[in-house]
Ligand binder design. Structure first.
Ligand code: SF4
Ligand code: SF4
Ligand code: SF4
Ligand code: FES
Length: 756
């Protein structure tokens, strides 16, 4: 490391690396220099003059946010001249700023309030009447209150530099300056709300939260976002058992300051009027409300009947990619021991089992975390529109590229905004990314001259890189992952991998063995020792033959071979559309744990209302393999956690002679068992309990090739404004203009803001 720079601030000796700004140097010794426009990670603006300090041998006050610390510098931050300058700046800022703190959303959390309290005057020399300008609604989720704006330009910079959307700008000069959206009076953008979060005052406010409450009336619960697979930590602000806001209160998660539109605004599905709050049972062909006792009794009795009449292989169990690890773990035991079937699968949105098989014993130090993406010198992104489908991954790539010079290489068959950051984009025909990998690994395959040239350039560039992070989407599966790993392993340094799935626990569902041929931790079902190990743990015998995939179960149901289908938090009849009635025509029993009357729940014989991850304790594993705890922010008032539903049913079934009851009483007890018994999950619970994330890397000990069956792994291609079933019931999300325009569509209106 280069020599440290030595300076003095307010008489304290300070040592910092070269190029450190005085404002940051002061922080290292606990000295606060007030600032509005300075924001770590964004370009310097020097607009607010709040950070003025005195520096010996410099004639005028200096802005600490742009001044680089140098050897021997003597800085003073509390002189009379500095104090007066700060008071004057605040007086200017308040010239036309309305003093409507009692009703302003930012009241209690406002940097201007705090600075005025700490550094301002208690009176003003300006007695002119303030100019009122009405608030503007720029979108259903972003509002602008012009007189409150202090023109720090943080919003403009975060939208431009952080989001690469560039939807905000500055109009007019001098005292007339104003922040403007990219369309007359409205925004066409990603609706991420980052501009709202970063605004130091109440000038940009949230459509979901404005004028609803005061910050001190709420309680705050940190929990992972319930939507995509990236696992951003959100702070849920709760009052009277209702989530009123989701934001990034302490930036303590793996996502730092980032949240996309879904994490920030898409929580109102929890209180949607169509939420199922009572068990439903089918009577005379119609779903009707029922008591819990009636619903449990029916499910248990009829599952037993099917098993007695047709055998366990006539029962299928479909798990979820947004229920918790503990629930998936229990479902595994419930299916294989209580019901005795290996017909167990879920909608797989990435081939995590394939990655585990391809990496084998290397898994532990070969998975890329979200931080690894940001820190990587180079990223190879294959076949996924990261900005849309994995927004945090997109953010990590963008910020890594701005802050650290990360070089991005892309192989993709569809346009994406993230290509703007790429050094080389090999545009291949849509869906042919696996063939491109084959070409990289073997030089075999036919492409047109342009594609061959870009692939050749990309290969040469990658071979000159080291420590590459390889990130790939759902259509890289089985053999293609093996080829990718073998190609990337030949690159210099330590190559790391991340498979990109769709939903909040896509990875956890696979890790917990919700697969027809794998036990938790990708232990092979065909391995008698592993079957015996989990059988002993779960108090029963696990059958040895691999079961059916989701598709296999749905098809077997329509052929009358599966007689009972038990579906926990999934919607297979939407995923495999067609004549839905035909799909389940042969079933004697369809049970669904659900929040809403989805296509599957509508056909069910019994619907058990389920809680979402904002309403229960447990853990989720993001697509990188990072485990985080979920926390109960609200009481769902009626619905129960899938964990409780499975436990209760196991007790009910045991009374009928099917299996032993599940003795794990709480998700915490189940997590203990997981940590002790599932490969890769021996993670530090201290970190988890402290709100942190731990990497779980299940090791496939029996290294073998893995090929998922056809159409077992596929993405729903959700994007920024959709999120499976949950997204459909988020009115805030669906009310935005952009929700109705697929960003990679050829729609001219979309193209204009997306692909500029
Ligand atoms: S909501 Fe996001 S994309 Fe839209 S203007 Fe604000 S920062 Fe930019
Ligand atoms: S709207 Fe907020 S963030 Fe944007 S310039 Fe005004 S005060 Fe700063
Ligand atoms: S990137 Fe994914 S996890 Fe993060 S806020 Fe958005 S939807 Fe939620
Ligand atoms: S923080 Fe330095 S000028 Fe605004």
């Amino acid at each position: 490391m280069a020599d440290l720079v030595k300076l003095t601030i307010d008489g304290k000796a300070v040592q910092v690396p070269p190029q450190t700004l005085v404002i940051d140097a002061a922080k290292t010794v606990g000295i606060e220099i007030p600032a509005f426009c300075y924001y770590e990670g964004l370009t310097l603006q020097a607009a607010c003059r709040m950070c003025l300090v005195e520096v010996e041998k410099m004639p005028k006050l200096q802005t600490a946010c742009t001044l680089v610390a140098t050897d021997g510098m003597v800085v003073k931050t509390t002189t009379d001249q500095v104090r007066k300058a700060r008071k004057d700046m605040i007086e200017f800022l308040l010239t036309n700023h309305p003093l409507d703190c009692p009703v302003c959303d930012k009241g209690g959390e406002c940097e201007l309030q705090d600075m005025t309290f700490r550094y301002g005057l208690d009176k003003t020399r300006f007695s002119e009447e303030k100019q009122h300008i009405p608030e503007e609604k720029w979108s259903p989720v972003v509002y602008y209150d012009r007189p409150r704006c202090i023109l720090c330009f943080r919003c403009v910079r975060v939208c431009d530099e952080g989001m690469d959307v560039k939807a905000l700008g500055v109009g007019v000069r001098g005292v007339q300056s104003v922040i403007l959206p990219n369309k007359p009076g409205e925004l066409a953008c990603e609706e991420c709300g980052m501009c709202i979060d970063i605004c130091p005052v109440g000038a940009l406010t949230s459509g979901t939260y404005r004028y609803q409450t005061r910050p001190w009336e709420m309680t705050y619960v940190g929990s992972p976002c319930t939507h995509c697979s990236n696992g951003c930590k959100t702070t849920l602000s709760v009052r009277n058992n209702e989530i009123l806001r989701a934001n990034n209160r302490d930036h303590s998660g793996i996502n730092g300051e980032f949240l996309c539109a879904k994490g920030r605004f898409a929580f109102d599905f929890t209180v949607h009027p169509e939420r199922i709050r009572q068990p439903l049972v089918r009577r005379n062909g119609k779903l009707e409300p029922a008591s819990w006792e009636d619903a449990f009794e029916r499910v248990a009795r009829r599952l037993k009947q099917v098993r007695d009449a047709h055998g366990a292989s006539a029962i299928g169990v479909i798990g979820s990619n947004h229920t918790t690890n503990e629930e998936n773990y229990l479902l595994n035991r419930f299916a294989r021991i209580t019901l005795g079937t290996n017909n167990l699968d879920h909608h797989r949105t990435a081939d995590y089992a394939g990655l585990a098989a391809a990496l084998g014993l290397r898994m532990k130090d070969s998975l890329a975390t979200m931080a690894d993406i940001y820190n990587a010198p180079a990223v190879l992104l294959i076949g996924n529109d990261a900005n849309n489908q994995n927004p945090l991954v997109g953010w990590q790539i963008r910020t890594g590229s701005r802050h650290q010079g990360l070089r991005l290489y892309v192989i993709n068959g569809q346009p994406s905004k993230i290509h703007r950051q790429a050094k080389i984009v090999a545009e291949v025909p849509q869906g042919s990314e696996p063939q491109a990998i084959h070409w990289l690994a073997t030089r075999q395959g036919q492409w047109d001259a342009k594609t061959t040239e870009s692939l050749t350039q990309l290969k040469a560039a990658l071979e000159a890189e080291r420590d590459v992070a390889v990130v790939f989407g759902s259509n890289i599966q089985g053999g293609a992952i093996r080829e990718l790993v073998s190609f990337a392993a030949r690159l210099d340094g330590k190559t790391k991998f991340m498979a990109l799935g769709d939903y909040s626990n896509s990875r956890g569902a696979a890790d917990m063995g919700i697969l027809p041929d794998r036990l938790p931790g990708y232990a092979l079902l065909s391995d008698a020792a592993e079957r015996a190990r989990f059988g002993k743990l779960w108090g029963g015998e696990i059958p040895g033959a691999a079961g059916l995939t989701v598709r296999g179960m749905v098809e077997a149901a329509s052929a009358g071979k599966i007689k009972a289908l038990y579906v926990m938090g999934a919607n297979p009849l939407k995923q495999f559309p067609g004549q839905q009635a035909d799909r389940v025509a042969g079933l004697d029993l369809l049970v669904a744990h659900e929040m809403f009357l989805t296509e599957t729940a509508q056909r069910a014989d019994v619907v058990l209302p389920a809680a979402c991850s904002y309403e229960k304790e447990g853990s989720l594993t993001n697509t990188a393999g990072q485990v985080q705890l979920t926390h109960r922010a609200t009481d769902p008032q009626g619905p129960r956690s899938d964990f409780d539903l499975l436990r209760i049913l196991s007790h009910q079934l045991s009374l009928l002679g099917l299996g032993a009851p599940i003795r794990l009483r709480t998700p915490a007890a189940a997590l203990d068992e997981i940590c002790q018994n599932v490969s890769g999950y021996d993670v530090s619970q201290v970190t988890l309990l402290g709100g942190g994330a731990e990497l779980a890397a299940p090791v496939c000990r029996t290294v073998e090739s893995y090929e998922p069956s056809a159409e077992a792994v596929f993405s729903s291609n959700d994007y920024l404004f959709t999120s499976g079933t949950l997204g459909r019931y988020c009115s805030r999300l669906t009310s935005t203009n952009e929700a109705n325009e697929k960003p990679w569509s050829s729609s001219p209106s979309t193209q204009s803001w997306w692909h500029r």
